[in-house]
Design a protein around this ligand. Sequence first.
Ligand code: NAG
Length: 389
Amino acid sequence: FDCPNFVDCPNFVSVLSQVDCPNFVDCPNFVSVLSQVDCPNFVSVLSQVNSSHLYVCGSFAFSPHDAFIDAESFSLVGLVDAKAKLRCPFSPLQRNSALTVDGELFTASTTDFRGERAQISRHFSRGGQDVSQDTSIALLQEPAFVGSAAVDRKLFFFFTEVGKEFSFVDELRIARVAQVCKDDVGGQRTLQNKWTSFAKAPLLCQVPKQLPFNVLQHVFTLPPPEGASSSETRFYGVFTSQWSSGAESAVCVFTLQDVQAVFNGSYRTFDTQTHLWSSLLGTHSHLGQCGLDSATDSELSQVKKSFLTSGSVKSAGAPLVSSDHRYSRVAAMRTKALNGKQYTVLFLLTESGFLHKVVLLAGGPRVIEEIQVFTQPQIVKSIILSSSK
Ligand SMILES: *[C@@H]1O[C@H](CO)[C@@H](O)[C@H](O)[C@H]1NC(C)=O
């Protein structure tokens, strides 16, 4: 999968043609452009499909390719097919999210060279029916995906996008959670092979009377305590602010119960003529629901344009705000202290490569340990928790 020099890079010419610069010597940004033209294969999905195989998808010099890997010998067992472009991004600079549930692959990725068209889709579907987003109305606006989770029969995707429901600011960014149902097969005539369960809701991480932390950096899903209902699942999100470039960030927690309540509430509807959003009066029993495969065409045509909730999912409790650290990743675990009490511990990565261990006490959060992950500070892109280590 290596592409060691530009001549071997099949798409390099088309990359260069995007660089709007006739004469390289005169081009002040050429050096930084070149360093962004990342020719090698950047793997952005690596996921266990079943007991014997992994699935992998990489940018392959701006031409996504995917394959299965035999987990035992750790060898590639052949490319999958030509549809990899729906499954992982062309550019290593674009973020995506993917997860497998019961052998089915769910992906959230941009799907074109320029990274303008985003799709949440299902692949290797059990019934043979892969499902993707309806494209007659833009369901997502320049999203940056940061995470995903599967709980019960639903999948949740976390991202930041441009909030088109607000017309008073050009490019107001909004943190969101989107849902689809795992077993969605699309409609019979309307929305064939398209999600009938897609819906999205704003995530609000805000200190009262201040501007919200509106840009999601990462989300970690903390499963419920043993024996508790899945509605006690919690999502920990790291946020920064569109209006601040300083070392400032916040952690907010959202409960699945609150997410479900917003998706079961009222919706906004998109007017395809005026391109404006308005509130739908009352609740509509089919919006945001699973099992719409035999819904009527008129119900599905309403689903098509009413996928944004009126309500926002608000954080459970006050945001944990740091005014001197820009956190980029979070992991969380529940643990029992020597006094027998249960505590939640957060592991927060700073952009400069430090790891903070934070315990959430009744009186507020407390940083109890700071670890420099590498002697030469560098950006850490991923954090995985092993409760034993
Ligand atoms: C796992 O998935 C791969 C790829 O689809 C398939 O070839 C293999 O037979 C599957 N293995 C099992 C145990 O289901």
